[in-house]
Each structure stands twice: as structure tokens, then as C-alpha cells.
Design a protein around this ligand. Structure first.
Ligand SMILES: Nc1ncnc2c1ncn2[C@@H]1O[C@H](COP(=O)(O)OP(=O)(O)OP(=O)(O)O)[C@@H](O)[C@H]1O
Ligand SMILES: [Mg+2]
Length: 271
């Protein structure tokens, strides 16, 4: 074997090994890329599944509320109305200014108050105005009911603001309902503002109050934490939205909700 032939052999072997090494590197890189793509796909599927479950849960919750509101209205409401009628008939047989008549009047007042409460609770459970007249009308009604001598609630709604997805309306209504209820129950606020606006292809909702504020970290860590704020986060996760708490003890709260509007998943998930 000549020196030339030996060198050729070494060269060929080196080239073959190099080619093999390149092939292995390309194969490993390709495999890793496939693996990463697969993981991204699995994550996307899991997220989609979670969102669908959450959307189904909230649909179920609305259906359950509707059933409760119907039972309350039809069964309890009707029974209370019949009881009131019977009491009215009885009252006619009682002597004027007698203690029995006074007692009957007191009972009627109690029945009236209970009937009013039943109506209020069923209205809160199923906002019929929302279904019939849309989000703006339902929010105006909510604001009207919340306003009184102690609390001033305002709704700021931009002109030419047209919300069309009914399920998104229900979500927004429930979020406003919770935030306004919180401001009334916990903040001791005298002014509450509900502001809707569009900002950078996002629907934004801000609920502001001038109450005592709170520590959000404390609330999150608290074992006796309520469901309201957590529900808002879960509702928003269905539409890739999120909520920001600009809050602190000793000053009014600003809670801002952001929902991306150009989200192709949004309509599919909500309808
Ligand atoms: N606007 C607010 N001002 C002051 N404190 C608030 C406000 N909103 C919420 N909080 C505080 O945050 C806590 C958590 O609110 P969250 O709505 O999650 O539960 P909750 O209202 O206590 O109960 P639930 O909503 O389940 O009836 C409240 O208990 C309250 O201490
Ligand atoms: Mg609450």
C-alpha cells in the first residue's frame, strides 16, 4: 500500500465520520424541534380544554341560576301572593282599629317586603333586561337599583359602542355586578364609577370607588377568601382577558378589566 492510498483512506474515513456527525447533529436538532413543537401543541390543547371547561361551567351556572330564579318567582312568589290575597280577605272581616286588624296589617307588610325581596333576588339571579334589551339597558337598571341617598353610582358608556356577543354581555354584566356589590358591601364608598372604553383593540372596563380600599395580596392569601374576585379571574381566563387591581388600603379602588377583542377564539368559545 502506497502512502498516497493510505492518505486517501484516512481522508475518506474522515469525510465519512464528518458526514455522520453532521447527520447526527441535524437529526438531534430536528428531533428536538419536533419535540418542542409537540410540547407547544399539547400545551395549547390543554389550555383550550381548560377554557372550554370553564366556559361550560359558567354556562351551567347561568342555567342553574335561571332554574332557581324561576322556582323562586313561580313557586314562592305565587304562594306569597296567594297568602297576601287570603290575608286581605280576612282583614275585611276584622273590626277597624282592632288589635287583630293591626296584626293583620303588620303581617301584610311583612309579606309585601318578602315578595319584594323574592323579586329582587330572582332579578339578580337572571338579569332579564340583559336578554331582552342588551348590556347597556341592563347596566342602567343595575345602576338605577344601586343608587340611593348614600351611594352615587355612575355609568360611563362611549357613543357608538356596540357589543354584540350575548355571552360576553353576560360575562361583563356579572363582573360589573360583583365589583359594584363589593364596593357597596366592603368599601363604604359614596361614589362608584363604571367606565367602559376601547383601548388598543381591547375592551376595557374600569370600576372605581372612593372607599376604604384593601390589600389584594392579603385577600389572595386569606383562607376565608370569597369567591367574587376569583370568579372574575376565571371568567376572564376563558377569553384571554385579565384583571388588574390598582388598590391599596386607605384609598379608593380602581379595578380594570381588559379583554382582547381581536381574539378568534372568543366568539367560538362563547357561543
Ligand atoms: N371595592 C372594594 N373595597 C374594599 N375592599 C374590597 C373591595 N372589593 C373587594 N374587597 C375585599 O376583598 C375581599 C374579597 O372580595 P371577593 O369579592 O372575592 O369576596 P367577598 O365579596 O368577600 O365574598 P363573595 O364575593 O364570595 O360574596 C372582600 O372580602 C373585601 O375584604
Ligand atoms: Mg364579592
Amino acid at each position: 500500500m502506497t502512502l498516497q492510498t493510505a492518505n486517501d483512506g484516512i481522508l475518506i474515513a474522515t469525510i465519512a465520520m464528518l458526514l455522520m456527525a453532521i447527520f447526527i447533529i441535524i437529526f438531534v436538532a430536528y428531533y428536538q424541534q419536533k419535540q418542542a413543537q409537540h410540547q407547544i401543541m399539547v400545551k395549547e390543547l390543554q389550555e383550550r380544554h381548560r377554557q372550554e371547561l370553564m366556559a361550560a361551567m359558567f354556562r351551567g351556572q347561568e342555567a342553574e341560576r335561571r332554574r332557581l330564579a324561576q322556582d323562586l318567582h313561580d313557586d314562592i312568589g305565587t304562594m306569597l301572593s296567594v297568602a297576601k290575597m287570603t290575608l286581605n280577605q280576612l282583614e275585611r272581616h276584622l273590626e277597624r282599629y282592632s288589635p287583630e286588624r293591626a296584626q293583620a296589617q303588620k303581617t301584610r307588610q311583612l309579606l309585601d317586603d318578602t315578595l319584594k325581596n323574592v323579586r329582587r333576588i330572582s332579578r339578580d339571579l337572571v338579569p332579564t333586561t340583559l336578554e331582552r334589551f342588551g348590556l347597556l339597558a341592563a347596566l342602567e337598571e343595575l345602576v338605577g337599583n344601586a343608587n340611593n341617598d348614600l351611594i352615587n353610582v355612575q355609568l360611563e358608556w362611549p357613543e357608538k359602542f356596540d357589543m354584540t356577543a350575548p355571552a360576553l354581555d353576560v360575562m361583563l354584566y356579572r363582573i360589573v355586578q360583583e365589583l359594584v356589590n363589593n364596593a357597596i358591601r366592603h368599601a363604604g364608598a359614596t361614589h362608584i364609577t363604571i367606565r367602559f372604553f376601547i383601548h388598543e383593540k381591547e375592551l376595557r372596563l374600569a370600576v372605581l370607588d372612593d372607599g376604604r380600599g384593601f390589600d389584594i395580596d392579603e385577600v389572595i392569601q386569606s383562607k376565608q377568601r370569597g369567591l367574587g374576585l376569583r370568579n372574575i379571574e376565571s371568567r376572564l381566563s376563558v377569553v384571554n382577558g385579565h384583571v388588574t387591581f390598582d388598590v391599596a388600603p386607605g384609598r379608593g379602588s380602581r379595578i380594570i378589566v381588559q379583554i382582547p377583542l381581536e381574539n378568534p377564539k372568543l366568539v367560538a368559545l362563547l357561543t
